[in-house]
Write a new protein. Structure first.
Length: 484
């Protein structure tokens, strides 16, 4: 009786040891002419223990014992040597399957395979859990999901990374759309969408425990976001982190309640120079009124002769009007185009007597004397202000096109012939007590006459553009005169 007890105890101990050595995620039992289960499905990274519960069997993953052709399994996992089975099961070995695919195997002993001792294990890839999957599976990030798809960033954010994503909710994106007066769908069509999304992604894993107050973190856009930590919570710029540390296979996601807006890149275009100048408020207003700010901030290379505020005031005074009247002229755009040249014309590129074509199609004349550089009658007071798209020269007078009467709105009823003139100009239609004054474009009086004189001698005047004002009591009417 004692011997019988010892026999069963030994058998149980052997079975226990065999099972202990075969600890795995799944188990396949080999017995008389079969593996059970014959078809097993597992996930990559999981292990399978093979137990022989009866007979003499092996586990052959190499060559098909019936056809003698290789199995060509997805990966070489080796084979397990033949062992004699026992009732409690003998551990044949444990195999871990890391590569997805279907693995075929059989028992190569005798005719076991032909008798049906064949089986397979299907290894599925582990479920994906990238930062994109976190977004896709979130009910609060449908608009962000659509944005990532629209910007073509799905593959990039599904890569190895790692990435940290600050993920604005649907409510955050909707709030931004409402602030712009558009729909969320229109936001997804913006050409800057990709850059906007990159401003929400950081290379590397930044857990909440890695963040500190005042920390600046560079995003994939190349611009930084700032971390602020207060008693109220953690903020990325002005967006509060509402859910932190959602771990993914390739990084981490933090949910935020506001869309992060990248800082506007600093530019130094011709338009920026005008806007940032304290002496060109009227020119800024004129360019705005004429709708030309886009041209001066574009990519085309230009040269701008920029009249100062004082130049506009001098012209307005000579015409006895307000500067606002000048800005309301119907041909204001033409006057401004007469101040712009295609290409970058630095002061070193200019020569005395040079004629330079403007965007209006008319030319301006360069004069270089001991007193300085002049564009028509306007002196260059600051030269060569370099910009991203050209150059600006500050001038002290407004340039008036020779072929366009840009002053029709303030022109007089009297006439002046010929115009352009060379030596003498004749004025008709003057009131008897009228006083005639001729100004250059800097506002300087160069000649005066009375209505009793119907002609004005021009021989003392240099070639250029002048303003002829006729004053009759409190009334002043003005016309432009071109002297050749």
């Amino acid at each position: 009786m004692k011997n019988l007890f010892s026999f069963f105890a030994a058998a149980l101990l052997t079975a226990f040891v065999g099972h202990a050595q075969c600890e795995a995620d799944h188990t396949v039992e080999a017995s008389s002419f079969q593996y059970a289960p014959a078809g097993l499905t597992i996930e990559a990274g999981e292990s399978v223990a093979f137990l022989n519960t009866g007979g003499f069997h092996d586990v052959n993953f190499t060559t098909n014992s019936i056809t003698m052709e290789p199995f060509n399994n997805p990966a070489d996992v080796g084979s397990l040597a033949a062992v004699n089975g026992e009732m409690g099961g003998v551990c044949m070995g444990v195999i871990t399957f890391d590569t997805p695919g279907t693995y075929n195997y059989d028992c190569s002993i005798g005719n076991h395979a032909a008798e049906g001792m064949v089986a397979s294990i299907t290894v599925n890839a582990p479920p994906s859990n990238t930062v994109v999957d976190v977004i896709v599976n979130s009910p609060d990030h449908e608009l962000l999901e659509a944005a990532v798809i629209a910007a073509g960033l799905v593959d990039a954010l599904s890569a190895d990374g790692p990435f940290t994503v600050f993920a604005p909710t649907d409510a955050a994106i909707t709030a931004l759309a409402e602030a712009f007066g558009v729909t969320p769908e229109i936001l997804l069509t913006l050409p800057q969408l990709g850059a906007l999304l990159q401003y929400h992604v950081v290379a590397g894993v930044a857990l909440s425990t890695d963040l500190s107050d005042g920390q600046e973190i560079e995003t994939l856009l190349g611009e930084n976001v700032t971390v602020t930590i207060t008693a109220d919570g953690v903020f990325i710029n002005n967006a509060q982190v509402t859910v932190a540390d959602i771990l993914a296979d390739n990084g981490v996601v933090h949910v935020i309640d506001t869309v992060l807006i990248p800082p506007t890149p600093e530019t130094n275009t011709i338009w920026d120079v005008v806007v940032n100048s304290e002496d060109h408020n009227y020119l800024e207003a004129a360019v705005d009124a004429a709708g030309l700010s886009g041209a001066l901030s574009g990519t085309d290379t230009l040269t701008l002769f920029a009249p100062t505020d004082a130049a506009f005031e001098t012209l307005a005074t000579a015409l006895a009007v307000e500067v606002t009247d000048l800005l309301a002229l119907p041909n204001l755009g033409e006057i401004l185009q007469y101040h712009v040249v295609a290409g970058a014309a630095l002061s070193t590129d200019l020569s005395d007597g040079q004629e330079v074509a403007t965007l209006l199609g008319e030319t301006v004349t360069v004069t270089i004397t001991a007193d300085g550089v002049f564009i028509n009658d306007a002196q260059v007071v600051v030269a060569d202000i370099l910009t991203d798209n050209g150059v600006v020269h500050v001038i002290d007078a407004v340039l008036l096109p020779p072929t366009t009467d840009g002053l029709n709105e303030v022109a007089a009823a009297w006439s002046m012939m010929p115009n352009p003139a060379t030596d003498v100009v004749t004025l008709t239609g003057l009131a008897q007590q009228a006083l005639v004054t001729v100004y250059d474009l800097s506002g300087r009086v160069v000649q005066t006459a009375t209505a009793s004189t119907s002609t004005v001698v021009l021989t003392d005047l240099q070639t250029g553009t002048y303003l002829v004002a006729v004053r009759n009591g409190a009334s002043v009417k003005t016309q432009k005169l071109v002297v050749r």
